[in-house]
Design a protein. Structure first.
Length: 331
C-alpha cells in the first residue's frame, strides 16, 4: 500500500508511519515542522524513520494549508490511502493564537479533502475528544450531539467532521474520522501532562495540578492508538446507504478511539512518582479556560466494526514513557 501521512513528525503520525513501514507499506510524509513545540524532537522522530532499512519512506517539509506547495510537492503521485494526522494541536494555545488553528485545521483540512477528491483516495483523519465539550453524561458516544465546544481547537475539529461529511456525501469518498482520547507514550508531546509532569518531577520542580486535582482522562497508550488507526486504514466505510457511526449514510464514519477507562489525575501523578522514584511538588490550580473536567470514551462502535481492543493499562504505559524519556534525554 502507498500511503500519504500528514503530521508525520508529530507524535501519532510518527508512530503510525513506523507501523506502516514495519508491515511493508510505502509512506510519503508531510510536516511543516512548526515551532509550537520542540522542532528538535520532531527532527528526532524523522531521524527515527529515516533509517537505511526504511527505503520506502520519503519526506516533504511543507505546510499542507498551502495548496500550491502541496500540489507542487506531490505532483501526479497516486496513493492508496491518505492518513491526515497533521493539525495545530493544543486546547490552551488556541486561546493565544486562534488564527493558527483556522489556517492549519480548517484551510489545511479542506486542502486534504480536495486532494482526496481530485485523486479519488480514501482518507482517515484526526478529530478529537475535545469536540464533546463539557458534557456531563458519560461515556461520550459518537451519536451524542457536540454543539457546544469549549475551545477554538475543539470547534475546528468539529468543523473538520462537518466538511468531511459534505465531501463524503457529494463525492462518495470513503472518510473515517477518529476522535482521539488523550494519547500518551514514548515520543509523546512536550505540552501534555505525561511529559510536563515527568520533566518537572525529575528536576525537582513544581507541577501545576489543575482543577485542584479533580480531573480524569481516558488516557490511551500510543500502541493501542496505532492498532486502531491501522484497522481503519485497512477497512473503509462502505457506500451502502447504511447509517455509519456518527450518523452518516454517506461513506463517512466517526469513531471514538480511547481506552474506555478514565483515570483520576491524582492516580496518574502517583504512577509517575513511582516510576521516577520522586515525590511531586504539587501546585494546585483552578480549572483552565477551555479545559474540561473529564473524558470517557464509548468505544463500542470501533470495537464492533474494526476489532479495536486497547490492552495497555496506565500502570504499564506510564512507566514505559518515563523510561523512554529518561533514556532519550539521559536524565
Amino acid at each position: 500500500m502507498n500511503v500519504l501521512v500528514t503530521g508525520v513528525a508529530g507524535f501519532i503520525g510518527h508512530a503510525v508511519t513506523r507501523a506502516l513501514l514495519a508491515r511493508g507499506d510505502a509512506v510519503t510524509g508531510i510536516d511543516n515542522l512548526n515551532s509550537y513545540y520542540s522542532v528538535q524532537l520532531k527532527r528526532d522522530r524523522l531521524a527515527d524513520l529515516k533509517t537505511p532499512s526504511n527505503t520506502d519512506f520519503s519526506f516533504h517539509q511543507l505546510d499542507f494549508a498551502n495548496d500550491k506547495a502541496l500540489d507542487a510537492a506531490l505532483g501526479t503521485q497516486k496513493f492508496d490511502m491518505i492518513v491526515h494526522l497533521g493539525a495545530q494541536a493544543g486546547v490552551r494555545y488556541s486561546l493565544e493564537n486562534p488564527r493558527a488553528y483556522v489556517q492549519a485545521n480548517l484551510v489545511g483540512h479542506l486542502n486534504m479533502l480536495e486532494l482526496a477528491r481530485a485523486t479519488d483516495t480514501p482518507m482517515v483523519y484526526a478529530s478529537s475528544s475535545s469536540v464533546y465539550g463539557g458534557k456531563e453524561q458519560m461515556p461520550f458516544a459518537v451519536e451524542d450531539r457536540v454543539d457546544h465546544p469549549m475551545s477554538l481547537y475543539a470547534a475546528t475539529k468539529k468543523a473538520d467532521e462537518l466538511m468531511s461529511e459534505t465531501y463524503a456525501h457529494l463525492y462518495r469518498i470513503p472518510l473515517t474520522g477518529l476522535r482521539f482520547f488523550t494519547v500518551y507514550g514514548p515520543w509523546g508531546r512536550p505540552d501534555m501532562a505525561p511529559w510536563l509532569f515527568t520533566k518537572a518531577i525529575l528536576a525537582g520542580e513544581p507541577i501545576k495540578v489543575f482543577n485542584h486535582g479533580m480531573m480524569s482522562r481516558d488516557f490511551t497508550y500510543i500502541d493501542d492508538i496505532v492498532a486502531g488507526v491501522l484497522a481503519c486504514i485497512d477497512q473503509n466505510p462502505a457506500d451502502d446507504g447504511a447509517i455509519k457511526p456518527g450518523g452518516s449514510v454517506a461513506p463517512h464514519a466517526i469513531y471514538n478511539i480511547g481506552n474506555n477507562k478514565p483515570e483520576e489525575l491524582m492516580r496518574f501523578i502517583a504512577i509517575i512518582e513511582a516510576a521516577t522514584g520522586k515525590t511531586a511538588i504539587k501546585d494546585f490550580q483552578p480549572m483552565q479556560p477551555g479545559d474540561v473536567p473529564a473524558t470517557y470514551a464509548d468505544i463500542d462502535a470501533i470495537v464492533r466494526d474494526r476489532g479495536y481492543a486497547p490492552t495497555t493499562a496506565l500502570d504499564i504505559g506510564l512507566p514505559r514513557f518515563v523510561s523512554w524519556y529518561r533514556g532519550h534525554y539521559r536524565v
